[in-house]
Design a protein around this ligand. Structure first.
Ligand SMILES: [Cu+2]
Length: 342
């Protein structure tokens, strides 16, 4: 938790609709996502009516950090890496006014949703922001439906992501390398909402553009429902592994019952452009503790692609032994084969 920039909007505890609005008004970036779910957020759980067909409009700002990295945020001065989690309900439309506060061209390009060439975010389609320019991108979604020929068409629901596609070239390669990326969640009505959310991006040889021991510590209290959104970027393959927790390898990452045939995993490929998400009950069956998440490609984890999922006691206090484990993590130098400092 040493770098608030990396935490804002990418991780945090779900707030009530009222406090989110208050936070937004005060310039505090609540988990963005939730903000963009709009009025449905408070009623989503067990919602059977659905809220399809709504249009939500948000403003995002692309900004350069002093270190040369670049990020998206929901308010000026609030950019983060990864960018804010954007969430919409299947069937809804999201309109994004992207303000480019940098002196380079850039864009925003989504995965998993529908858009016209104008909102493609690619230089190929002349769809990007010049320096200082504001441009509107429109992303729409559909619920599952039956097309002609009795063909069942999938809906848009899923754990997707967005990223720049214009900075430094036709494919946004430099923008991606510098941090212009984030999670996009399209929820189906009835989906269970988490209490906390964490975005984990394996980008080249980093996690969220950081390496151990500076990778963000993701936190939860014992028993909380925690959602992970995992995204891959860069130029190499990765595998995401979380200690002591498992999830279902399906759309929601949750088993729907004892006979759900979904494969249960604790490790999954996370290659460039991939994304997936899942929910766990923090510490369920194993207790609180300091649990690693890391790339399971060995020279990647040795190189610093390792972070901590800190499951605190139910009351928020640190479990026995946790501080020592955190100290070991923070004393761990990378670039060699062995940890130092202990
Ligand atoms: Cu890796």
């Amino acid at each position: 938790m040493t770098d608030p920039r990396a935490q804002i909007g990418t991780t945090g505890k779900r707030l009530s609709r009222r406090s989110m609005l208050a936070g937004a008004a005060a310039g505090v970036v609540a988990p963005a996502a939730i903000a963009s779910l709009g009025g449905s957020a408070a009623t989503a759980q067990g919602n059977s009516k659905g809220d399809s067909g709504k249009t939500r409009r948000i403003t995002m700002y692309a900004e350069e950090f002093p270190d040369g990295n670049v990020g998206y945020g929901l308010a000026p001065g609030k950019a983060s890496i990864p960018g804010p989690i954007l969430e919409i309900w299947e069937g809804d439309t999201l309109e994004i006014d992207l303000v480019n506060n940098t002196d380079r061209r850039l864009s925003i390009h989504p995965h998993g949703v529908n858009y016209s060439v104008d909102s493609d975010g690619s230089p190929l389609n002349d769809s990007f922001n010049e320096p200082g320019e504001t441009r509107t991108y429109i992303w729409s979604t559909t619920a599952p439906y039956k097309a002609s020929g009795n063909m069942w068409m999938p809906g848009s629901a899923g754990y997707w992501h967005y990223h720049d596609h214009a900075l430094g070239g036709a494919h946004g390669t430099e923008g991606l390398r510098k941090g212009l990326y984030g999670a996009l969640i399209v929820r189906r009505k009835g989906d269970i909402l988490p209490e906390r959310q964490h975005t984990v991006v394996f980008n080249d040889m980093t996690i969220n553009n950081k390496v151990a021991p500076h990778v963000p510590i993701l936190e939860a209290n014992l028993g909380e429902r925690v959602e992970f959104i995992a995204i891959g970027h860069g130029n190499t393959f990765h595998t995401f592994h979380l200690h002591a927790h498992r999830w279902a390898n399906n759309r929601t990452g949750i088993l729907e019952g004892p006979k759900d045939p979904s494969q249960v995993v604790d490790n999954r490929d996370l290659n460039p452009g991939d994304s997936f998400g899942f929910q766990v009950i923090a510490g369920e069956g194993v207790g609180p503790g300091v649990w690693m998440y890391h790339c399971h490609v060995q020279f990647h984890s040795d190189g610093g692609m390792a972070g901590i999922f800190l499951v605190r006691n139910e009351d928020g206090s640190l479990p026995d032994g946790a501080q020592a484990a955190l100290d070991r993590y923070h004393g761990h130098e990378h670039g060699g084969d062995h940890p130092h400092g202990h």
